[in-house]
Ligand binder design. Structure first.
Ligand SMILES: C[S@@+](CC[C@H](N)C(=O)[O-])C[C@H]1O[C@@H](n2cnc3c(N)ncnc32)[C@H](O)[C@@H]1O
Length: 259
């Protein structure tokens, strides 16, 4: 059967991410402190939600993309006893969704730059408000985002860059990723085009293209979103170990509490 483009892009998302960025340990540590249930907005293929469910927490994951959710379901099904049962995957928009059990979550997160995908500053604020609306009193919200420096942004001039060549363990095919990023300072956004080409020697190659618009955020904006949503900032950190946010930090990690 021919693979649909959205399913191929979901598979290639996992191949692209590869290594653990380090955020799972933070979420597991916070879940140990708060208990579940856990809400993940923009859950994708379940990279974080599945190990959280495997650790015993009830996890709800929300995502707009049904192909990402299908892949999360499939992986959860193969992840061992009880994992799929502890997971609920909901196709909905992180900016507007209000689940029937809103107000009961002990931990809620928008991990790994997904806040960039929410569109505009107002949409990012709306997604943080969704976290707040789902938390129980004393529940914890987490949002983290990459902080590109001037050098990073100066390279985002639309040029094509060969990012990697890998073998997909699921298909045995060689995959090449080429990307192009263009930064627009007037909207603090980056237009990202990603091209995956895959195939076997001697076969016709298949090409998958996705475009995303990333609206960057500053640490101050994350604090403003949290406060506007009625959350109290517990820490504004520079890494997943919750070390201080110092000048030149590559990442901001917001941890905020519902009073
Ligand atoms: C970079 S992936 C992150 C997946 C996962 N959280 C992780 O850390 O591996 C971003 C996900 O955000 C989803 N997404 C983008 N905009 C969204 C929105 N408005 N509401 C819900 N999901 C959204 C995409 O479909 C995609 O699956």
């Amino acid at each position: 059967m021919t693979e649909a483009p959205a399913a191929a892009l979901a598979r290639l998302y996992d191949l692209d991410l590869g290594e653990d960025p380090g955020d799972l340990d933070l979420l597991l540590a916070l879940a140990t402190r708060t208990g579940g249930p856990v809400l993940e907005l923009a859950v994708g293929t379940g990279r974080l939600a599945i190990p959280l469910a495997a650790a015993g927490y009830d996890v709800t994951g929300v995502d707009l993309d049904p192909a990402m959710l299908d892949r999360a379901r499939l992986t959860a099904g193969g992840a061992g006893k009880g994992v799929a049962r502890r997971m609920r995957l909901v196709e909905d928009d992180a900016r507007t969704v209000r689940l029937p059990d809103a107000g009961s979550y002990r931990l809620a997160a928008i991990p790994l730059n997904s806040i960039f995908l929410m569109g505009s500053r107002a949409d990012q604020a709306a997604a943080v408000a969704t976290l707040a609306a789902h938390l129980a009193p004393e529940g914890i919200a987490v949002v983290d985002a990459w902080l590109p420096d001037a050098d990073d942004l100066s390279r985002y001039d639309g040029r094509l860059v060969l990012e990697w060549v890998r073998t997909d363990p699921e298909t045995g095919r060689t995959v090449t990723k080429v990307g192009s990023a263009a930064y627009d300072p007037t909207t603090a956004s980056v237009r990202l085009t990603t091209i995956f080409e895959e195939g076997m020697p001697g076969e016709p190659a298949r090409r998958w293209v996705r475009t995303d618009r990333l609206r960057l955020v500053t640490p101050d904006e994350l604090v403003a979103f949290a406060e506007a949503a009625g959350l109290e900032v517990e820490s504004l950190a520079g890494d997943y170990e919750l070390g201080p946010l110092e000048p030149g930090a590559e990442r901001v990690v917001l941890v905020a509490r519902r009073p």
